[in-house]
Design a protein around this ligand. Structure first.
Ligand code: 5AD
Ligand code: SF4
Length: 464
């Protein structure tokens, strides 16, 4: 059996892409390994979104080179591939700078990986595939085989949309992933049904701009994400649906209605806002104001009052003043988030913001980031703390770090740990939340023997 080692950096779409590369390679007799030393094919699936991404890859390539050298001494060939967004951005440069690399392959050409890797083995190194081909890679990627499907677990990703036409001035995505593309509804439905057939209970629909989805429907018209959610919710056995990442500009009535009507759509939404200052939002080319964002949040919360909101923030965008930053803090106080990611602005080569004046000093960025993160953490703590004493349905996905522990996710995407049997993996069970930390909850499964006695006590406790 030939072995492939894949290391995945960055976002969930890269995680999905790595799975699909493994699907394509499985057809050529490759099985995955977690030990690089054993692999004939090494793939680094890279991310370019923020600072030092390329540097991290070059330093990892140093480690790969050492292993490749040892393997070569034993007469074993190793094909080293750099895939993903750094591959797309660096292209030929990568081959010149890192002689260990045999193959550089951008995110739109994964379906060609098996063929290109085979060509390296017979014809030698030096292939770069970073064109955005006209034909969709999805049409060429083989459907995962039965064995590969079974490796997906209880919760799986499914890319429905890729690329971005919005051109926020700080962002490399439109350059690395290309223009927006939506997969047809039938292809998505077939993939979702296959996943559910293999035991998947939860599907997270992925796209750089997932709610800009406008794929060809079975009726010959373009369907939006809302319509797709209603359609997928009809799949028997698909219990949970999520989608990420959304743009505020593309939240429409049908998506909001899906949150209201569909029990399968989880009450969690990642809706990046980046800044609370209208001036900065305009220079970022976000196409919405802080007020627009607040109104959207109000509308979704009216439809689904327990919605947990998450967001992305950038501090220290060029020209950001103390007042601009104060507006971001004010927006956070207004909205209250269950979770968030926040970053110091870092210039990305080739993006418009990289050549803007009025860079914010590093120490100012650090101070603002710390202040913002402290506020976001206090909101996250409060959100998690409010779960104690409640009973939440948890989808168990894996064994925990401690013996006898299993771990899953609440509807609000919180990690939940309990002591429980491994037979619950892949299942949803009610958990009583006992304690809450910043990043996870601990709870217990109701003991069947005590259940009858415990229920009235619990109900009583909740009335106090
Ligand atoms: N600098 C800092 N953060 C960035 N992000 C994207 N580009 C940059 C950049 N140049 C952040 C945004 C985005 C998230 C995925 O990464 O907040 O939503
Ligand atoms: Fe980047 Fe903006 Fe597109 Fe998001 S919407 S991927 S931040 S350009």
């Amino acid at each position: 059996m030939k072995k492939v080692f894949i290391k995945t950096y960055g976002c969930q779409m890269n995680v999905y892409d790595s799975e699909r590369m493994l699907d394509a390679l499985a057809e050529q007799g490759f099985t995955p390994t977690s030990t690089m030393e054993d692999a004939e094919l090494v793939v680094l699936n890279t991310c370019h979104i923020r600072e030092k991404a390329a540097e991290k890859v070059y330093s990892e390539l140093g480690r790969v080179r050492a292993i490749k050298t040892v393997r070569a001494k034993m007469g074993k060939q190793t094909v080293v591939t750099v895939a993903g967004c750094v591959a797309q951005a660096e292209g030929e440069e990568m081959l010149a700078r890192a002689p260990v690399v045999d193959l550089v392959i951008g995110p739109q050409a994964y379906h060609r990986l098996p063929e290109l890797a085979a060509a390296v083995r017979t014809e030698g190194r030096g292939r770069v595939e970073t064109e955005f081909p006209v034909e969709g890679k999805f049409d060429h990627l083989p459907a995962p085989g039965k064995k590969r499907l079974q490796s997906r677990g209880a919760s799986a990703f499914l890319t429905i949309q890729e690329g971005c036409d919005k051109f926020c001035t700080f962002c490399v995505v439109p350059y690395t992933r290309g223009v927006e593309f939506s997969r047809p509804v039938d292809a998505i439905t077939a993939e979702a049904e296959a996943l559910v057939g293999a035991g998947v209970k939860e599907i997270t629909l992925l796209g750089q701009n997932v709610n800009a989805y406008h794929g060809l429907g079975p009726d010959g018209r373009d369907w939006g994400l809302g319509q797709l959610l209603y359609h997928l919710a009809r799949i028997d056995g698909l219990i949970r649906l999520r989608y990420t990442t959304s743009h505020p500009r593309d939240v429409d009535d049908e998506i909001i209605a899906a949150h209201r009507d569909l029990g399968q759509v989880m009450p969690y939404l990642h809706l990046p806002v980046q800044s609370g200052s209208d001036r900065i939002l305009a220079v970022m080319n976000r196409g919405h104001s802080a007020g627009d964002y607040l109104r959207i949040v109000d509308r979704i919360r009216a439809a689904r009052p327990d919605l947990a909101l998450s967001s992305d923030f950038i501090v220290g965008f060029p020209g950001e003043t103390e007042d601009d930053f104060a507006a971001t803090m004010a927006l956070v106080r207004d909205v209250t988030f269950a979770q968030a990611y926040s970053f110091k602005y870092s210039p990305r080569p080739g993006t418009p913001a990289a050549s803007m004046d009025a860079a914010v000093q590093e120490d100012v960025k650090s101070t603002r980031l710390a202040e913002l993160q402290a506020l976001l953490k206090s909101q996250q703590d409060r959100f998690n703390g409010a779960m104690t004493g409640r009973v939440l349905p948890v989808l168990f996905e894996r064994t925990g770090r401690q013996n006898g522990q299993i771990t899953g996710r609440s509807p609000y995407l919180q990690a939940v740990h309990v002591n429980g049997p491994e037979t619950l993996l892949g299942q949803i069970a009610d958990v009583e939340i006992l304690t809450a930390g910043s990043n996870s909850l601990k709870g217990s499964l109701p003991s069947p023997r005590l259940e009858a006695a415990a229920v009235p006590q619990l109900a009583k406790a909740q009335t106090h």
